[in-house]
Design a protein around this ligand. Sequence first.
Ligand SMILES: Nc1nc2c(ncn2[C@@H]2O[C@H](COP(=O)(O)OP(=O)(O)OP(=O)(O)O)[C@@H](O)[C@H]2O)c(=O)[nH]1
Length: 607
Amino acid sequence: MTSLSEFSDYVHKISAESAASGASSTAAAATTGSNTTGKSASGAKSGQKPSASIQSELDVFSSLTLSEPATGATDAAPRLSFMTCLLSADTNAANAEQVTATLKDLILDGRGECVLRFDQDPEDPSIKVQLTAAEFAKAVTNLKALCARPQLECVVTDLYEAEDPKTGLKKGQVLVRERNVSVSDLLEIRVAVVGNVDAGKSTLLGVLTKGGLDDGRGKARVNLFRHKHEIESGRTSSVGMEIMGFDEEGKVVGANDGTRKASWKEIVGGSRKVITFIDLAGHEKYLKTTVFGLMGGSPDYVMLMVGANAGMIGMAREHLGVALALNVPVFICVTKIDMCPPNILQETLTQLSKILRSAGCRKIPLLINSFQDVAEASMTFVSHRVCPIFQISSVSGDGLDLVRMFLNLLPFHGQFDTTGPFEFEINDTFSVPFVGTVVSGVVTSGSVKAGDNVYIGPDSLGQFALSAIRSIERKRQPVDVAHAGQSVSFAMKKIRRRDVRKGMVVLAAVKDAPGPQCVREFLAEVLILQHATTIKTRYQAMLHVGAVAQTCAIVGLDRPYIRTGDRAMVRFRFMLRPEYIKAGQKILFREGRTRGLGVVKEVFYGF
Ligand SMILES: Nc1nc2c(ncn2[C@@H]2O[C@H](COP(=O)(O)OP(=O)(O)OP(=O)(O)O)[C@@H](O)[C@H]2O)c(=O)[nH]1
């Protein structure tokens, strides 16, 4: 860490910027040598001896900052760094307000929570901070006091603390999470669980959501199956949903000793963050369902399960490929370590590392062994192409605490258009007694209220029907409004269940505006990942785009033929019926061993 020099650079940068923006009063006062009654002075008053880095910042700012601290800095005055303000927040009201404002922004970005590192600036992580043990303790105390105030109403949970024995400097991380959240604003993170058949996916979900442990013979997974044939065969064949809730302190809500599964109502009622697991099938026979779950379920993360003794076999590579194609961050759980000899476990880890580092993946494998690793990985996971790897056992319980903590810290990173017109992709349909037709799926844009008029379609003739939202449920709890990024279900008015199907959309019905249009043909830029020979026009394959899965034919190509490794512009035609798709959506097509992926570039409206 070169905090001193970095801080000075930073301070010079800020002072140059403030000078450029016309901080004449600051400059004038500085030259007159006026005493700074500013924030830094009060930091010194607190009796704590600031570390060199903080002191250097205080020194520079004491010659720059002239505005009255009580009235707040003027627009032209440079802002003190977060940590400098935090250290003096107990004695300086203006600094306390600045920290509060920064925290509010971070919590808003994180949809109700944020993780803070005490060794870097939260607003600019490239700025390193060094804190002595006393400063660290003060920073944590001040943070807790600020978060308890009505302006924030948050709970601060310590994640880890570590002290450098040589320098005595301390670092650590905390989780700041809102204390009160309504069901409609509850933070939800969707995690798709994939891996080869018998890798232990359903078992791990059973153990995480119910508590208790597995017996190695399928005890934990029984409650998760949705069909009788699944219980009999022990194989998942459908897309299952499980939820796990964390309270404001990060404790798991409802999971007990494995004897009873908490109801969704209990979990949602006590949680401030909910993880929705999309449990997918590992068998090759159900690949279409699994790809549908990955594309239509809009997962934020993919959890790839790998049996320690089996390694990356069968469908696991296929699932990893789809996750990478969709650009969804992946983390890996190497499970069944209780029944795996150490040399085989090592072989599996080496194999994983090779696959992840290969040109096709370009990921950095990161073995997670401690709470510190978890906390650090959760912050770098999304942005740094890191792939955390956990070694766990659902039978002995090894490594499960680390996985639980990681799930608790998984950050929100959805890129949904919250301000656009309302759009919703249907993933499943139900007929509920006394309620009528219910559709479930993900709001991909905008928001909708119960009672709003909507279009639903397209049907096999490309038509959209007018309907209205009778009621909305989120995690089986009634809510009044649904926002982009949330998975919800709608009870629909005037629609029969047989008229709705997966892949349809629900759209805002704007009065006097023309209705939505569907697409029969579209142009996509594709990359052929694998094909034995050449692909020409009239070639047909199963094409997935969002929740749509339909056979498409190639009706146009920018060259006579394409083969493995080629990038090309391809015109596709839906064979069965038109669909509602948009430019920018990712596509994936497969037929036998053939695989291709791409992006929709242009859509052609009409039947
Ligand atoms: N010893 C041991 N056995 C495990 C562990 N995890 C799962 N198992 C056993 O492995 C078997 C397969 O587990 P499942 O959870 O059904 O595997 P799956 O990946 O969900 O399989 P599909 O649903 O068919 O894709 C069951 O008999 C589990 O009891 C573990 O950590 N240790």
